[in-house]
Design a protein around this ligand. Structure first.
Ligand SMILES: Cc1cc2nc3c(=O)[nH]c(=O)nc-3n(C[C@H](O)[C@H](O)[C@H](O)COP(=O)(O)OP(=O)(O)OC[C@H]3O[C@@H](n4cnc5c(N)ncnc54)[C@H](O)[C@@H]3O)c2cc1C
Ligand code: SF4
Length: 508
């Protein structure tokens, strides 16, 4: 009988993954820790440790289930340090003539597999609710690809929160009831933290030795690294945080990094949790009367709506998408994204948390670090590489459309109908950051003026030709035009001066 290799990548850690379903136990499962994947951007050490530890445990689980697993550790002598290299080495070793794979979530790897000198069958990744074909059919002929309509189709398809063919409670979207400012107190203690066992400790030592100089704290390490632990985190979240998830989804706090968020994207994206399993658990909490509709609908929308839509865009738009730069922004990423000092408290807090946890929640990514990069005109490719490196849940299929599209408007408006820019007022409304900042959020000009205030108008003025005609931005331009001319000149001059200081690497 001909032996086949079954490739299982680090973010495909599910026994239900397509390639394993196509295989049988006479085949050899190939898993490999390789430098090519660990270093094509400077990944956060926690992210590398999470994946290597979860891979090692998953390999053990497969062996326990009777699979033959050829596992390459990063420091194995004969490791070729690339996925194609390891497949070829194993093909030689086992005299295998073909490879079964699940389509990777990155164009780079898809084409590397296509270019292999032995046949590689790439099966569609069935962990997602919408197939490529379904998304393409949905997108076909539409002028605008708005997530909301796609989401409704996913609700119908899954039956989640449906009452026959009507949405549960009568509305598709309960966001109107969400998005309250930061609360005075948070009665949730954050995600479940798991003490490293021997496998994790070994990986931590390896990662410390090999990647210890990269941006990001490796220890304390608390992530779940197997399906059982990830499920415990899911249950913990559903029981204790989901009821308030909607209310405080967009809030940010100096002293609370996690608020009522799920902290499950690492696990979902690596295959330790299944999106439908997660959504059904949330729906059950609603049906049992344990969580309100606004929270549950909002949460489910993030997963079967945003997450699926974002993936659809990545595959629809093609390999050049992460390099797009519709606004022609060319500034280098400021050093404070890598931890250099800044007086902007919101940025300092988001970056500090990113360094320590390899995590920031959506609004920190979108309206603090993303907002600043867009306002300051940072090159979106540099922004993309930063997000891809520093977050433990970052893989190109999900990170690039969020960064390049939603956050930086570099796709010219495919994901976002208008740029996500705001002055300091939004950050002040949703957080307590401004209270302890060097800058004054109420100052629009002058030495203490919040940089977001200065750059907001600067950005709108710079891109007037492109955005003036956008109905969702008309009000902003009217406000700007109503300002007296001297004031407008001062705001623009001070914004330019700020950007100049930023270019020179001065402390801002
Ligand atoms: C600039 C930028 C970059 C991002 N990069 C990533 C990334 O690399 N990987 C990633 O998984 N998410 C990314 N996101 C989306 C979102 O910020 C994270 O999914 C979320 O913060 C994960 O934390 P959580 O599990 O606590 O999420 P929760 O707030 O609890 O939300 C629940 C789940 O919904 C899903 N979700 C919510 N919003 C999105 C979204 N916009 N796109 C995809 N899934 C979503 C996630 O799976 C998440 O776990 C990015 C957002 C922005 C603005
Ligand atoms: S004042 Fe401006 S820079 Fe300071 S925390 Fe608020 S928004 Fe950020």
């Amino acid at each position: 009988m001909v032996t086949r290799l079954v490739l299982v990548l680090g973010d495909q850690l599910s026994t239900d993954i397509a390639a394993l379903r196509e295989a049988d136990k006479s085949d050899v499962v190939v898993m490999a820790e390789v430098m090519d994947e660990a270093s094509y951007v400077r990944h956060h050490p926690k992210k590398i440790a999470f994946l290597f530890a979860a891979m090692r445990k998953f390999a053990d689980r497969l062996r326990d289930d009777g699979w033959q697993v050829a596992y390459s550790r990063l420091d194995d002598d004969n490791n070729s340090q690339s996925i194609p290299g390891e497949l070829l080495r194993r093909a030689d070793e086992y005299d295998a003539k073909e490879v079964l794979a699940t389509e990777p979530g990155e164009w780079r790897l898809i084409s590397a597999l296509e270019d292999m000198p032995i046949p590689v069958h790439q099966f569609q990744d069935t962990r997602f609710i919408a197939s490529h074909k379904e998304f393409e059919d949905w997108a076909d002929g539409r002028k605008q690809l708005r997530m909301e309509y796609f989401y409704r189709d996913m609700r119908r398809k899954t039956g989640l929160l449906m009452d026959g063919d009507k949405p549960e409670g009568g509305k598709w979207n309960y966001d109107h009831d969400n998005r309250k400012p930061a609360p005075d107190e948070v009665d949730f203690g954050g995600p479940m933290q798991f003490t490293p066992d021997n496998t994790v400790e070994q990986v931590l030592d390896l990662v410390e030795a090999r990647f210890g100089n990269s941006f990001g704290d490796l220890r304390p390490f608390w992530f779940a690294t197997d399906q059982g632990q990830a499920r415990r985190q899911l249950t913990h979240f559903i029981k204790n945080a989901l009821p308030k998830f909607g209310d405080f989804q967009d809030a940010m706090m100096n002293d609370n990094r996690f608020l009522y968020h799920g902290l499950i994207s690492f696990y979902l994206n690596a295959g330790l949790l299944d999106p439908l399993e997660v959504c059904r658990a949330a729906e059950e909490a609603y049906q049992a009367g344990d969580a309100p509709i606004n929270a549950v609908e909002g949460f489910i929308r993030q997963i079967i709506g945003w997450r699926e839509y974002i993936r659809g865009i990545y595959f629809l738009e093609g390999p050049d998408y992460p390099r797009r730069n519709a606004l022609n922004h060319q500034r280098g990423l400021p050093d404070f994204y890598w931890g250099a000092e800044t007086r902007m408290n919101c940025i300092a807090k988001a970056v500090q948390q990113t360094r320590e946890e390899a995590y920031a929640h959506h609004i920190q990514r979108l309206m603090v670090t993303g907002n600043f990069a867009l306002l300051a005109g940072v090159n979106p490719t540099e922004v993309h590489e930063w997000y891809l490196a520093v977050y433990a849940d970052a893989y190109e299929w999900v990170e690039a459309p969020n960064t390049v599209g939603m956050s930086q408007f570099a796709d010219g408006g495919i994901v976002a109908s208008k740029p996500y820019v705001s002055s300091g007022a939004y950050i002040n409304k949703m957080s307590d950051y401004c209270k302890s900042c060097h800058y004054s959020v109420s100052a629009k000009t002058g030495e203490k003026a919040c940089p977001f205030n200065l750059l907001y108008w600067n950005f709108l003025n710079r891109h007037r030709d492109r955005f003036e005609g956008n109905p969702r931005m008309a009000q902003m331009y009217r406000t700007w035009d109503r300002m007296d001319k001297d004031r407008r000149d001062t705001v623009l001059a001070e914004g330019d001066a700020f950007l100049d200081r930023l270019s020179k690497g001065e402390l801002v």
